[in-house]
Design a protein. Structure first.
Length: 284
């Protein structure tokens, strides 16, 4: 990481989020009407005919996507999905699905698209189409003062680490454990939870030494409890993040790309990211 990149990533930690804490993991679908009078981007024919687009999202990761105490979906991804629906001239309908089940739900046609800080990885591209709209990074959250002196994945030998099931940070720690094994070191003990909120709670009550999550969610929790949590080293694994769609869905990828491009062009996309304190994630 260059000094310029380190300074950029460090500054992102100081951004305050504006959202309320996440609530329950599972809720019924929530329909949010679009305010668009007519489509400005032509949607797929079946979306136009239905008058709605169904989004699947794991709403446990503020400020990206979460539930208010009244179980209303909020966050940057929610705003982006609603803006896409508005440009399609339809309403957005939200379905809260655990992260591990997002792509299976998409393939089972429980939703039309996934918008849930989904990292754009080659393995995913083999299964689904993706349209990128922001960058993301990973981070390690620790107790305030960093008592175990965790500054990178290399410091996790013998540590208990909480993660959400199916996430990239889980895979990164599993890969790090292979490095530990080759070096004759004790692996990290992964404690896997169904939701980010559960993993955070494990760190808060001292069940684990660290909590692996995205930079954006880690920064949010630090801003809410600066005397409780700290960051274990600089952010890492910066990666493109996209909206997922089925490969066999005629016209969806082209329509989604057109909607995202129009949001970039008129400044809507960066304005949403800045609203939620993650303007540094805007695509350059």
């Amino acid at each position: 990481m260059t000094p310029k990149e380190a300074a950029r990533d460090a500054s992102r930690w100081s951004l305050l989020a504006l959202a309320a804490p996440a609530a329950a993991l599972l809720i019924a679908a929530a329909a949010l009407p679009s305010t668009a009078a007519a489509a400005t981007v032509t949607p797929p024919k079946r979306i136009a005919a239905a008058g709605k687009i169904n989004f699947c999202s794991d709403m446990t990761s503020p400020p990206i996507e979460f539930l208010t105490p009244a179980t209303k979906p909020e966050g940057s991804d929610i705003d982006i999905g609603n803006a896409i629906a508005e440009r399609f001239g339809v309403k957005a309908v939200w379905h809260n699905i655990p992260f591990k089940g997002l792509i299976p739900a998409l393939l089972a046609k429980q939703c039309d698209a996934v918008i849930s800080q989904l990292f754009d990885k080659p393995a995913r591209r083999k299964v689904i189409d993706m349209v990128d709209y922001m960058d993301s990074s990973e981070a390690l959250l620790v107790r305030a003062g960093n008592p175990k002196k965790i500054h990178s994945l290399a410091d996790l030998s013998g540590m208990k680490v909480a993660v959400e099931n199916g996430t990239t940070i889980q895979s990164l720690i599993q890969a790090q454990n292979k490095t530990f094994d080759a070096a004759g070191k004790k692996p990290a003990e992964l404690i896997v939870f169904p939701a980010d909120t559960n993993a955070l709670q494990a760190l808060e009550i001292g069940q684990v030494d660290a909590y692996g999550t995205t930079l954006e969610t880690g920064a949010y929790y630090m801003s809410k409890a600066p005397k409780t949590f700290d960051v274990g080293g600089p952010p890492f694994h910066r990666i493109l993040t996209g909206i997922g769609m089925r490969k066999n869905d005629p016209g969806m990828k082209a329509a989604m790309q057109a909607a995202v491009d129009s949001m970039k062009k008129d400044g809507t996309l960066v304005a949403i990211l800045k609203k939620w304190g993650i303007g540094g994630d805007a695509l350059k």
